[in-house]
Design a protein around this ligand. Structure first.
Ligand code: MG
Length: 278
């Protein structure tokens, strides 16, 4: 065969292979579009590296969503949560001296030991979803801020109040689920003493620049499934009878639980750090 014939045959084969490749790529694109798996010819999202319906954008990670609690049985955390207390293991918690958790661990709960001090997590967290369950002492004793007082502290500083607010009048911004000293809950969704209550807290940490607050913290809180704060701007750390003032700190901090002298019980505590979108 002459060399020109070889060249013609190779050229014809290349053309066929090229056409087949294009057809296959086209078929994949059509299949992705038919399956609603995204597009490549749509507008860019503003301030973003992705197109609308971008077919190359990473799929969300698949997790197991967990289960809700009942009064008798603590629910299961989502599979990607860090379980901070499962009813038995208090090893995530230490006191202010760095010693093992001194609170009482029994009957599936971690109970405040009056006088033993706050406990906080060894690990630190930034923006997060925090789930906490708590129960006020039975029988109810004391009044106002003296009845079933404890607290959940983000970064060990910003308090979501824990208080027995079932038929227990107190000042508004000291109620259960208040951003203490700043915002009362939108409603009082308290259950009676002895019942398990839930907090689901969505926390956006404050950011600092040049020794000043650059963006404040924001918090959303559900008390027993009821929204009681909706992305409210946190004015600063917990302060008693004072206006709060931010003091610069790092991007992560511990979760702390308050010893206010009342035997409040805790169970089923878990946390998920929240990251930016891909
Ligand atoms: Mg408190």
């Amino acid at each position: 065969m002459q060399s020109s014939s070889w060249r013609n045959m190779i050229a014809r084969r290349s053309t066929i292979i090229g056409a087949m490749t294009l057809l296959a790529a086209g078929a994949i694109a059509v299949t992705r579009q038919q399956q609603n798996l995204g597009f490549s010819d749509t507008p860019m999202l503003p301030g973003n590296k992705w197109h609308v319906h971008d077919g190359t954008r990473p799929m969300p990670k698949v997790i197991e969503p967990g289960t809700a609690s009942t009064q008798d049985v603590a629910g299961k955390a989502p599979s990607d949560a860090v379980v901070l207390f499962d009813g038995k293991d208090s090893s995530h918690w230490i006191n202010d001296k760095g010693e093992p958790c001194p609170w009482t661990i029994a009957d599936g709960a971690m109970t405040v030991k009056p006088g033993a001090g706050y406990v906080h997590t060894k690990d630190e967290f930034g923006d997060c979803q925090l789930h906490v369950e708590w129960s006020s002492p039975v029988p109810a004793a004391g009044s106002s801020q003296g009845r079933g007082n404890s607290g959940v502290f983000l970064f060990g500083k910003y308090e979501i109040q824990v208080l027995d607010c079932y038929q227990n009048p107190t000042y508004a911004d000291g109620h259960a689920a208040a951003v203490y000293g700043q915002y009362p809950p939108l409603v009082n969704a308290s259950r009676k003493p002895g019942d398990w209550q839930t907090y689901d807290i969505l926390w956006t940490a404050p950011k600092f620049k040049n020794g000043e607050v650059d963006t404040p913290a924001y918090v959303t809180v559900l008390h027993n499934g009821v929204a009681v704060h909706n992305h409210v701007k946190v004015l600063g750390p917990m302060a008693y009878r004072q206006f709060p003032k931010y003091v610069p700190h790092g991007p992560k901090g511990p979760i702390a639980l308050q010893d206010h002298g009342n035997r409040v019980r805790f169970r089923n505590i878990w946390i998920r750090e929240l990251k930016d979108y891909d």
